[in-house]
Design a protein. Sequence first.
Length: 174
Amino acid sequence: MTNRQHTTIWNALKRVRLFATDVDGVLTDAGMYFTESGDEFKKFNTRDGMGIKLLQRAGLITALITMEQTKLVLRRGEKLEIPEIHQGVQDKLHLLRDMESKHGVGLREMAYIGDDVNDLGALRAVGFSAAPADAVPVVRKVVNYVCRKKGGEGAVREVADLILAAKVRGPVKR
């Protein structure tokens, strides 16, 4: 990465006022686990949750956006006190535009992390985009940042730490 690219990304991170994330493959390991009786469960990473809480403490609006519709996601979002929990979303960019109006936050002031083709519209539109290390190749090619961590293994915390570090350090000098 060149110094100019680094500066551009750093400045994009500084502008972030709303952080949105996909769920399956980002907050989880992309596995869908079912018991014999049909109950579903997912594994969430505690450090990702702390990253979301730290962003909230820094004044950022946080959001979960997923195509799935499960009580598990609602429970996780409520536990983390995430104000924007959206399930069954087919057009994630459309939803981000709705949040843009609702919160007075421009797309360029949003960060989004996603892992698959249904995230591409949102990833291309926001000011800062990221993907877990194990995201599909087409997603890794379009984002500003590819995490060292995989989905469900701390990728969200990695991005949260980047956003918080950029906000603490102040403007980048050219």
